[in-house]
Design a protein around this ligand. Structure first.
Ligand code: 5GP
Length: 116
């Protein structure tokens, strides 16, 4: 693995607890510890990838699987009909604080635009 270890590796390894809502061979989804909406779930690849900017051409499969996992989570948590927001913070200006690729799934309230 090329990128530095993060807290998400510990969640994947079950070394620290997380409220997991969905899992498959490649992805894990769990509730954010500081929710910004009534539903706030993080969808991550189990393989360590730093962020959107570090995705390579060979990562198209895992990138697609992450989006499909978002759909699973949204249906499971009854967000699919009312709608929800998917956010990927990337790098310093993007507000990324954990250097392990993750998609925020936010729902259960009306989202505003533009984001802060
Ligand atoms: P970022 O700011 O990198 O886009 O998002 C990282 C997210 O991870 C934040 O929303 C933060 O609340 C969440 N987070 C950080 N540490 C933990 C943790 O130990 N457990 C869980 N469930 N979420 C975490």
């Amino acid at each position: 693995m090329s990128e530095a270890s993060t807290i998400f590796d510990k969640i994947i390894a079950r070394e620290i607890p997380a409220d997991i809502v969905y899992e498959n061979d490649d992805c894990l989804a769990f509730h954010d510890i500081q929710p910004q909406a009534p539903v706030h779930v993080l969808v991550i690849p189990k393989r360590r990838i730093e962020n959107v900017a570090s995705l390579q051409d060979g990562d198209s499969e895992i990138a697609g699987k992450l989006l499909l996992a978002v759909g699973h989570v949204a249906r499971q948590l009854n967000l699919a009909e009312t709608g929800y927001r998917v956010v990927a913070n990337c790098g310093a200006d993007g507000g990324q604080s954990v250097d392990h690729l993750h998609l925020h799934v936010l729902g259960g309230r009306q989202m505003k635009w533009p984001p802060g």
